[in-house]
Design a protein around this ligand. Structure first.
Ligand code: ADP
Length: 379
């Protein structure tokens, strides 16, 4: 067989959906998964169960793969350097990926290339946090462990020196940031290939509930074409300057005075891009695969005036399939994407998308379906 083998590290839903996008291309997929039950391990045939933190496991896994890519950013940078030195193409490469792994490195580099970020610096202890608060005009400030956070874990909003003690307990460097008084959160998503070809998706609005992404609206409503163009350009600049290969999500804060500041970067398919599965000519997953294979990228344009994605979180009601009949009958344009995960309260177990001409109607249909599947509404 001449079709390439893609080695995907991580067995979560992003791997599952990237695999799905590879099926029509006939490319082969090999998965390194923590357990045989992980979301992607349930559907991929060639699964290696092992620990991505172990270099020998990674080496064995990479043997026979044409390229390695990821569904999370937790593989130790030095292991990726070792694989590259042994001739394994790693995409995105370790020198790019480190900016999605370490918020301190990311802030330093973005500042260097002139990309607007919240004011920030690494802080040594709670007394130093108090000095930082003075520098940026007072409390509260945001503290983040530079590595290991996700879905709001590893992020603290602190209002005093006493409250600033917690983040230091993990023994990881702590980054302090001014608390940005943003009006909303946006994401500018781009895909870049090793050749340097790049495409930009429409800028989306992402609405978080309790630190977890709840709804994504594509394109972001009432965003001026000037600001949307600036956000797309900024994301393309980051992709080029950091030599990113694959999908890059740039999470942004929009401020009341018409600026966009970078919150964080993800170098893999991202929740803010799930709408593209049904709402764009080429999905983020298909374009991520094209990029890591260095194939020409597909058209990122939307198929409908509005597409809305709503995450389905686990509720108290374990049987999601029960809700399919109602949801599908109510909205024929609805698409349901489930990850094969056990339903646990608060856990992301799937998402829905729908589309149309009238934003209020599209939002209502998407929110209704997600709430119905979760069991928080019954009619
Ligand atoms: P995670 O790694 O968990 O995704 P983020 O850095 O994205 O962490 O922060 C999670 C959330 O915390 C953001 O979506 C935003 O709502 C809030 N947040 C993060 N940094 C700031 C900041 N500097 N100012 C205001 N809010 C922030």
């Amino acid at each position: 067989m001449t079709f390439p083998v893609i080695g995907m590290v991580g067995g979560g839903q992003l791997a599952r959906m990237t695999h799905e996008a590879g099926i029509p291309l006939g490319v082969r997929f090999r998965l390194l998964s923590d357990t045989p039950q992980d979301s992607a391990a349930q559907v991929v045939r060639d699964v290696v169960v092992g620990d991505y933190r172990d270099l020998d496991t990674l080496r064995d896994f990479a043997r026979g793969c044409d390229v390695i890519t990821f569904d999370h950013e937790h593989v130790p940078t030095e292991h990726l350097r070792a694989l590259e030195a042994e001739g394994v193409p790693v995409r995105p490469g370790p020198d790019a990926l480190v900016h999605a792994q370490d918020k301190g490195v990311m802030r330093a580099r973005l500042t260097e290339i002139g990309v607007p970020c919240p004011r920030h610096r690494i802080v040594a202890d709670p007394a130093d946090v108090a000095r930082f608060a003075d520098e940026v005009g007072g409390w509260p400030v945001v503290l983040k462990t530079v590595r290991g956070g996700y879905d709001g874990k590893g992020v603290w909003l602190v209002g005093s020196e006493e409250e600033a003690a917690d983040p230091f307990r993990a023994g990881v460097p702590v980054l302090a940031e001014e608390k940005v008084d943003f009006v909303r959160e946006l994401a500018a998503n781009v895909v870049r290939s090793p050749h340097g070809q790049a495409v930009a998706y429409p800028v989306v609005e992402s609405i978080q509930v309790n630190g977890v992404c709840d709804t994504v609206i594509a394109p972001a409503p009432n965003l001026s074409s000037e600001l949307s163009g600036r956000a797309q350009e900024l994301a393309l600049t980051v992709a080029r300057e950091l030599d990113v290969v694959g999908h890059l999500a740039v999470e942004l804060f929009e401020t009341g005075d018409g600026r966009v500041l970078v919150n964080e970067l993800a170098m893999r398919p991202h929740n803010s891009g799930h709408w593209t599965q049904d709402g764009a000519v080429t999905s983020q997953f298909a374009n991520h695969l094209r990029a890591v294979l260095d194939l020409p990228l597909g058209d990122p344009r939307p198929r409908a005036p509005w597409t809305v994605m709503v995450n389905v979180l686990g509720g108290d009601y374990p049987d999601m399939y029960q809700g399919y009949l109602h949801c599908m009958a109510r909205d024929p344009r609805l698409k349901i994407h489930m990850y094969g995960k056990d339903v646990r309260p608060g856990r992301k177990v799937g998402h829905v998308t729908t589309y149309g001409d009238d934003l209020a109607d599209v939002r209502e249909r998407a929110a209704h379906a997600a709430a119905y599947l979760r069991g928080t509404i019954t009619e």
